[in-house]
Design a protein around this ligand. Sequence first.
Ligand SMILES: NC(=O)c1ccc[n+]([C@@H]2O[C@H](COP(=O)([O-])OP(=O)(O)OC[C@H]3O[C@@H](n4cnc5c(N)ncnc54)[C@H](OP(=O)(O)O)[C@@H]3O)[C@@H](O)[C@H]2O)c1
Length: 252
Amino acid sequence: MAASLKAKTVLITGCSRGIGLEFVKQFVRLPSPPAHIFASCRSPDTAYELQQISRDNPSVTVLKIDVVDKLTIDSAALQVEQILAGSGLNLLINNAGFLLREAKIDDVTEETMLSTYKVNTVGPVLVTKRFLPLLRKAAQTYGKDEYSTSRAAIINISSHWSSIDINDIAGHYSYRCSKIALNMISKNLSIELEADKILVVTLNPGSVRTDMGPDNTMSTEDSVKGLMNVMATRTKEHNVLLYDYTGALLPW
Ligand SMILES: NC(=O)c1ccc[n+]([C@@H]2O[C@H](COP(=O)([O-])OP(=O)(O)OC[C@H]3O[C@@H](n4cnc5c(N)ncnc54)[C@H](OP(=O)(O)O)[C@@H]3O)[C@@H](O)[C@H]2O)c1
């Protein structure tokens, strides 16, 4: 039987569609769902499916976070702090992402590089920085001294395209670079947060059929089912390494 996530509070970025929206659906259906699922997106007013989930499930709070806009991150964090009323945040999932298709170096511009880097690399840093005090609070008050997604963890959604070792088709310059930088941020964080025993894991969802990869064959349901299982089973020995949705270790 699949392991089950036991985090009591979780915040996810990029929940308007794709993998982020599916995370919300599967968190709600867990045998012991979190008491609070903070589902953030850039435009809550037009995130109709997410809003419906929130209406059907009082545990789901929809928040506005544009990961490149510090004001929205601050405002969402204040709302989360108010709702949690002194408790911490167990799990932060940096899922929001952006892909521009660049087949050849001629397609790459300063603008494609910087705009992709801003969403995929700078965004997770800004979000993590702002929510770190709440993650630390969860770690301090959990009781057991373990590395786990039940206690306190940061999950960075990276990609197999971030791996230098398994790049045999080239292309996607800005995306690959932004995600490899995210991997380094994860590594740095995992060392810096050792004192707090906050788990940091980088995950690859696989090739999933979403707006980002419309021709991919795997469903969001299967990818997220796998990711949820992998997250539930991560512990100190898995700190920072890059895993895919099956739990297989990928080379950097
Ligand atoms: N699909 C795949 O095959 C695949 C493979 C490897 C890794 N991934 C990673 O998985 C994650 C989810 O991707 P997906 O396939 O679900 O892509 P998607 O369907 O294109 O969804 C991307 C999500 O990110 C959000 N987003 C984009 N820019 C944002 C910003 N500045 N602030 C906040 N949210 C923002 C989008 O919100 P809006 O609706 O507002 O645009 C949307 O909710 C990404 O990190 C991606 O790199 C995907």
